[in-house]
Write a protein that binds this ligand. Structure first.
Ligand SMILES: O=P(O)(O)OC[C@@H](O)[C@@H](O)c1c[nH]c2ccccc12
Length: 268
């Protein structure tokens, strides 16, 4: 069984919603990423999106772009990000791991080699935000063949495509709360609740919401309606403000404790 399904099944029994942080791998260094993910797990995260830093990230807001830039200063590669999987397992991290990458790095790497590596390093899920359903057949087939869940994104503007996208979903459906780029915000799409109802009725797998969620109140609002809540920029910004502490061995523990506090608060 795929670890993502297993975790959602456990959470359902406990009547809990998954908290799914997104982080940029290698921000500020790959070693820090390992310590940060251990911290996320301890603070109550249920799975994690491993963002692959990319130089041309169309849908990323400023916070995630800056994180990518910090990581790319020491040339973090797609391979480094995937290999984090085994390094995390060696450290005892049990969280299901979801790789988040734009399509071009996968294409450059070669699809078959890419899936081999994902399997080798215990990655359970994959999100490719710039690959539309009309063009994802090859990737989808390889993912299914390797028991890696290709998690689709649906937006309030997907309209008649919602059913088609949702029907094919594996792992969970990623519902985008609002339009534009990632980043914290105070308002969501006006018809967000109707949209979530629509996805819920069309979906056989859990549904999760992300984009702009940054506070305990917002997480709580969506816990009522969704099986998972994704938080990216708010956590990445917390990491950013602790970079000076993380960089100094004497204060690293304090930086990690600050990240722990924020994530535990989101978990509630
Ligand atoms: O940062 P936010 O607003 O919390 O949104 C989630 C998010 O960071 C992550 O899932 C993500 C990062 N880049 C993206 C691009 C498209 C869709 C989603 C994403």
């Amino acid at each position: 069984m795929n670890l993502i399904d297993q975790r959602f099944a456990e959470l359902k029994q406990q009547q809990k919603t998954a908290l799914i942080p997104f982080i940029s791998c290698g921000d500020p260094t790959l070693d820090d990423t390992i310590d940060i993910i251990k911290t996320l797990e301890e603070a109550g995260a249920d799975m994690v999106e491993l963002g692959v830093p990319y130089s041309d990230p169309l849908a990323d807001g400023p916070v995630i772009q800056r994180a990518s830039e910090r990581a790319l200063q020491h040339a973090v590669t797609l391979k480094d990000c995937i290999e984090l999987g085994s390094r995390l397992r060696q450290q005892g991290v049990k969280l299901p791991l979801i790789l988040f990458t734009y399509y071009n790095p996968i294409y450059q790497f070669g699809l078959h080699a890419f899936f081999e590596l994902l399997k080798q390093h215990d990655i359970s899920g994959l999100i490719v935000p710039d690959l539309p359903i009309e063009e994802d057949q090859e990737l989808r087939q390889l993912a299914e063949h390797n028991n890696i869940h290709l998690i689709p994104l649906v937006a309030p503007t997907s309209n008649e495509r919602v059913t088609r996208i949702t029907k094919q979903a594996k792992g969970f459906v990623y519902c985008v709360s609002s339009l534009g780029v990632t980043g914290e915000r105070s308002d969501f799409h006006a018809e967000i609740d109707q949209f979530l109802n629509l996805v819920r009725s069309a979906s056989d797998v859990p549904i999760a919401i992300g984009f702009g969620i940054s506070s305990r109140e917002q997480v709580a609002r969506f816990e009522q309606k969704c099986d998972g809540v994704i938080v990216g920029s708010a956590i990445v910004r917390t990491i950013e403000s602790n970079v000076p502490l993380l960089r100094d061995p004497a204060t690293k523990a304090e930086g990690l404790a600050n990240i722990h506090r924020f994530v535990a608060e989101l978990r509630g």
